[in-house]
Design a protein around this ligand. Structure first.
Ligand code: PRP
Ligand code: ZN
Ligand code: MG
Length: 226
């Protein structure tokens, strides 16, 4: 069990699509931090709520390990790591608590533009490059299709041209990256947006009250945006 703490820690993306909107949202909730441009740990001033600036991929694990209490991360990342944990028999330790109305994107299959797409049965025996192997493996099993999952941590869109995969499964936001790589989206596996993630079990120390208060403020701010 993680030791008791009296300050809250929230993990957000250091840089990338979710970084700025996540920070603005927390500021709108009344949080402020000592100025620290390049620091990865920002000490909370208005409230005992500190910020950790990390890789988005690390956020689910930080919550699972009790290092952070909340995180703002894409549902895609949360679902992928939950699926991966389930596949090796680990329990669910974190959950999506709130949708945040930004960072909308889809996890999609995309094939070379010249393919004549007929449907999922066409995937049999194909190699699919992805950074989401657990979600893709579960989806392929549900579809009853036997294909090979090729895991890549980035620049997945280049794999078909390199010949290391036949098609890809990756996030699509504007669609610009697919178009630039002569790929077209054909199937949606997951609709994603930024979410507030937290532990399945609320800690029973001073953090519980802070977490409840922050959720109330967040609900007020997100509701105003609708
Ligand atoms: C996603 C995805 C694509 C890109 C698609 O990366 O991996 O590369 O965005 O966006 P587009 O449809 O607007 O071109 P993300 O920003 O999530 O960064 P990461 O994979 O490095 O975490
Ligand atoms: Zn990432
Ligand atoms: Mg990417």
């Amino acid at each position: 069990n993680a030791p008791a703490r009296d300050r809250l820690r929230i993990a957000i993306q250091k840089s990338g699509r979710l970084a700025e909107p996540a920070r603005s949202l927390l500021t709108a909730c009344g949080l402020s931090w000592r100025q620290s441009r390049d620091k990865l740990f920002c000490y909370g001033e208005s409230l005992p709520v500190d910020l950790l600036l990390v890789r988005d991929d690390d956020i689910p694990g930080l919550i699972a390990d009790g290092v952070c209490d909340f995180g703002i991360v894409g549902r895609n990342e949360l679902d992928e790591q939950a699926a991966a944990r389930r596949q090796i028999g680990l329990p669910d330790t974190y959950q999506a608590l709130r949708g945040l109305n930004f960072g909308q994107c889809r996890l999609m299959l995309a094939v070379p533009e010249e393919w004549d797409w007929q449907g999922v049965q066409q995937l049999a025996g194909k190699r699919i490059a992805t950074s989401y192997p657990a979600i893709l493996t579960d989806w392929l099993a549900a579809q009853g299709v036997d294909a090979q999952v090729v895991e890549l941590s980035g620049s997945v869109e280049i794999a078909p041209r390199l010949g290391t995969a036949d098609l890809i499964c990756d996030l699509v936001s504007s669609g610009a990256t697919l178009a630039a790589n002569q790929l077209k989206p054909v199937e949606t596996l997951l609709e994603s947006e930024a979410v507030l993630a937290g532990p399945v079990r609320t800690p029973d120390d001073a953090r519980a009250g802070l977490m409840a208060m922050l959720l109330r403020r967040l609900d007020g701010v997100v509701k105003q945006q609708d």
